[in-house]
Design a protein around this ligand. Structure first.
Ligand code: 5GP
Length: 186
């Protein structure tokens, strides 16, 4: 992969910093209202969900604890998920009897989340809900019940606000689309 250029490589902005900020505030308010009087465990899926998790937790006004998991899908390519999931980092604390929300960056085929939902259900939480910043429904292979959704996006590979291409572009503050020649580059 050639050296990334965080300005020149971006074909366009799909969701701006301002749109993200406004929607995260709405999601935080909605979650706070829905879980009023309860405590919530937010489980973020590294690394792509990191900025969303950091912003969302501060938009929630009820008590939360956080935990982090890291998974990798293997057997796929840089832009295609395979559905074979390996847990690189597991939960630090028990979620037995807790209200749990998975905080995801993006749902594409749904295979990764489908695996995670089944895995976390097996740990006996009181409730388990899904919050994702982005939904790309065009390529869905398994049905995923999304409880809180930031934005529905078209079938394009996006980067920024935590999302990477070859581990780069995660630090862009918006959701953007890469120029096709970036993928074509050897
Ligand atoms: P799924 O298993 O739903 O197909 O894929 C989920 C994971 O694939 C996401 O958590 C993310 O890491 C990656 N992914 C899916 N679509 C995109 C995309 O458009 N851009 C980036 N950077 N990653 C994506």
């Amino acid at each position: 992969m050639r050296s990334p250029d965080l300005v020149a490589d971006v074909a366009g902005v799909l969701v701006s910093e301002e749109q993200i900020r406004a929607r995260v505030a709405e999601l935080g308010a909605q979650i706070s209202a829905d879980y009023a009087g309860r405590e919530l465990t937010l489980v973020s899926v590294l690394k792509g969900s990191l900025p969303f998790m950091a912003d969302l937790m501060r938009a929630i006004t009820i008590p939360v604890s956080i935990d982090l998991m890291e998974v990798s899908s293997y057997g796929g390519t840089a832009t295609e998920s395979s559905g074979l999931v390996r847990i690189l980092k597991d939960l630090s604390s028990s979620i037995d009897g807790r209200d749990v929300m998975i905080v995801e960056d993006i749902i594409d085929t749904g295979l990764t989340l489908n695996y995670l939902i089944r895995y976390l259900r097996g740990k006996n939480p009181r409730s388990l809900h899904i919050c994702t910043l982005l939904d790309k429904p065009a390529r869905r292979l398994v049905d995923i019940p999304i409880d809180y959704l930031g934005f529905t996006i078209p079938d394009q590979f996006v980067i920024g606000y935590g999302l990477d291409y070859g581990e780069h572009y995660r630090n862009l503050p918006f959701i953007g689309v890469l120029k096709p020649e970036v993928y074509a580059a050897p």
